[in-house]
Ligand binder design. Structure first.
Ligand code: 0RA
Length: 664
């Protein structure tokens, strides 16, 4: 056992009385870096909340994706085990296991225990793991209470195990193998991820689905062993896309009537930069652009998105002018007018990407703008010439958008001007908290005035504000932008939250500098209507306040479904399992008619005290943080449930009958 070691791992090592661990003690030098990861995990994986927890999975999958990009891997399978440990299996080359000359130990051990020792210095391949995530599997190792790596390579099968980054023994050769690939199993360290160690299926599935579209031909799957059916079979989803981004666009737009027959599809390569773009116009009003660099979502866009916008503005404008289509329009067409009803995915592969911006989510390489613009421009030019009918449909829509833009600006200005005139500018229905510190403040968006009243009584007014929303808020999917600023509930949300939409260089930007609450909690009934309303509100945030979701400010409250009562004692239950356990607990297995179960149909059935102790008290409540994947799905599901297209709705209901408790 090691004595006092100057690195931060000593605590954990001395905790571990397992003599097997003495191997680790001899290898302290290699651990110099990993100790830093355990001391300041946030610096390496962003945070130690649910986002950081999921980051561990992205890190491992990214390494497997790199093997795919290098041309060696066709399958990546991910498994969530019952204890929330994760296994990622790939059939890539396998992490090298030969002797690392300098460190005189197995390369496998070096990759797993030395920071930034990815071992891949090959500049000709595009690397995800060198990009935004890019901290290496060694970080996952450092932040896991247990890791096992299995490698099939060179006709052999190897294994090494670790705890908190420390090898539990040397690399073992377990036998012969005719396969190749790497299997990484890790259990996140509970002492690091203190908030939660529970993986969220939709978050993992969302990213894996996205990866399948971004890497056409790659087979991915996700199994959730926590979720088994009556035959004991775990939930399993396969993801595979032959059409790549074209299918991604169709998936996103599944529920919106298309304006043009097929997505416009662009592929090209220039100076080692690969470009892939798919775009489609639908009859709606929203823009849906997703951009990626080396498979990493660039939330803040960047030079690739600029190149794309430049190309569509230039080509459509040119086409409209050449064919005298804008002559009746009194205002000038702007880049923004090409956005309405546009769904596009822009994916570039860049050998050495430079990321900038606040969250490093913006591509900075200036050469990429021209490359994307030329690739998209060439294809679009040919498309417009060959498809004059489609071209006319798009230009007509652009003209309509320009006219509506004019109206929207006026409406927006009205909302913002009104705030200035009414002093504090806060909506009358808001019961604000007394704290003025946004970091500690929370706002509950509550369905209905009556539940709003209960919440107001039950809250801790120091840091909790209540904004009741009346009934169903406007369906932003079907409304033109200027309409949403006329909607009372939506106006109230903008003013209560203190955020505004501003225009900079023709771009609409959400200003959240004056955000008044760092937690925005959607609180709806735990029934069908309630889930409709929360879906609706999520869609609104997804459409108009996306940065709030991305920065983790949006949550959903989970009120309990039951109260099981015996005499003066009672237990709140959030699902049927808990209800059964509560009944068992009181009955000791015997029939007992004095045990009563109350099913809460809505928030209104709880009194203020109950609402506080179950749903609002930070020490008791369950809040679910909304991720961008939840919002993306909410948006899709929403437009499907509300949209005019019947076949996808039926398909959705059939496919999701088990998982989605949404009745239509
Ligand atoms: C170092 C070097 C090479 C591959 C890998 C690491 C690698 C890491 C992971 C993590 C999960 N799956 C992985 N697959 C491969 C290059 C291998 C070579 O040059 O043969």
């Amino acid at each position: 056992m090691c004595t006092k070691i100057k690195n931060g791992l000593h605590q954990n090592m001395s905790e571990d009385k397992n003599p097997k661990n003495s191997y680790g003690a001899d290898n302290i030098q290699a651990l110099e870096g990993l100790e830093a990861v355990r001391l300041r995990p946030g610096m390496y994986i962003g945070s130690t909340d649910t986002k950081g927890l999921h980051h561990l999975v992205w890190e491992v999958i990214d390494n497997s994706i790199d093997e795919h990009l290098a041309g060696y891997c066709t399958h990546i399978d991910t498994i969530i085990h019952k204890d929330n440990s994760i296994t990622v299996i790939d059939n890539g080359r396998g992490i090298p296991t030969g002797l690392h000359e300098k460190l005189q130990k197995s390369a496998l051990e070096v990759v797993m225990t030395v920071l930034h020792a990815g071992g891949k210095f090959d500049k000709d391949t595009y690397k995800v793991s060198g990009g935004l995530h890019g901290v290496g599997v060694s970080c996952v190792n450092a932040l896991s209470e247990y890791v096992r790596v299995e490698v099939h390579r060179d006709g052999k099968y190897f294994e090494q195990e670790y705890s908190k980054g420390i090898p539990l023994g040397p690399v073992k050769t377990l036998g012969d193998s005719d396969k190749h690939g790497t299997t990484v199993t890790f259990r996140p360290d509970r002492t690091i991820f203190t908030e939660t160690t529970e993986y969220i299926f939709t978050t993992l599935a969302g990213r894996i689905r996205e990866l399948s579209y971004l890497n056409k031909g790659l087979k991915l799957s996700l199994k959730d062993e926590r979720d088994v059916d009556e035959n004991g079979v775990a939930r399993l989803v396969d993801y595979y896309s032959e059409g790549g981004l074209r299918e991604f666009v169709k998936y996103l737009d599944e529920t919106r009537p298309p304006l043009i027959e097929e997505p416009i599809y662009v592929t090209g390569k220039e100076d080692n930069v690969e470009v892939e773009v798919a775009m489609q116009y639908n009859t709606g009003y929203q823009e849906n652009i997703f951009s990626y660099v080396n498979n990493i979502n660039t939330r803040e866009g960047g030079t690739h998105v600029q190149g794309f916008r430049r190309a569509i503005t230039r080509l459509f404008k040119q086409y409209g002018d050449d064919n005298n289509m804008f002559s009746k329009l009194k205002i000038e067409i702007q880049g923004e007018d090409f956005k309405e009803g546009l769904t596009a995915i822009i994916s570039v592969k860049v050998p050495e990407p430079q990321f900038k911006g606040q969250t490093k989510g913006e591509l900075g390489n200036s050469e990429v703008t021209g490359i994307v613009s030329r690739c998209v421009g060439d294809v679009l030019k040919a498309y417009l010439e060959e498809n004059p009918n489609m071209a006319r449909r798009i230009i007509d829509k652009v003209i309509l958008a320009a006219t509506a833009r004019h109206a929207a600006r006026k409406a927006r200005e009205m909302v913002q001007r009104k705030n200035v005139l009414t002093g504090s500018g806060l909506p009358g229905k808001l019961s604000d908290c007394s704290s003025k510190d946004p970091v500690e403040s929370e706002i509950f968006l509550v369905e209905g005035d009556s539940a709003g009243g209960t919440a107001k009584q039950g809250r801790d007014r120091h840091f909790q504000a209540i904004l009741p929303l009346r009934g169903k808020i406007l369906n932003v999917e079907k409304a033109m932008e200027y309409k949403i600023y006329e909607n009372e509930e939506i106006k109230n949300m903008f003013t209560a939250l203190g955020v505004s939409i501003e225009e900079k260089e023709g771009e609409k930007i959400l200003n959240i500098e004056k955000l008044r609450y760092h937690k925005v909690v959607i609180m709806c009934d735990a029934d069908v209507d309630g889930s409709h309303i929360s879906t609706l509100i999520m869609t609104f945030f997804f459409r108009y306040m996306k940065p709030l979701i991305e920065q983790g400010h949006i949550y959903i409250a989970a009120p309990p479904l039951y109260q099981v009562k015996k005499g003066k004692n009672f237990i709140y239950c959030w699902n049927d399992e808990e209800r059964k356990a509560a009944i068992d607990n009181y009955s000791n297995g015997k029939e007992d008619s004095s045990i009563k179960t109350q099913r809460y149909k809505g928030l209104g059935e709880m009194n203020a005290e109950q609402l506080w102790e179950t749903t609002m008290d930070p020490n008791m409540r369950m809040l679910r943080q909304i991720t961008i994947y939840d919002a993306m799905e909410a948006d899709r599901i929403f437009s499907m449930l509300m949209g005019d297209e019947v076949p996808p709705r039926r398909k959705f209901i059939e496919e999701n009958a088990k998982y989605a408790k949404i009745d239509v």
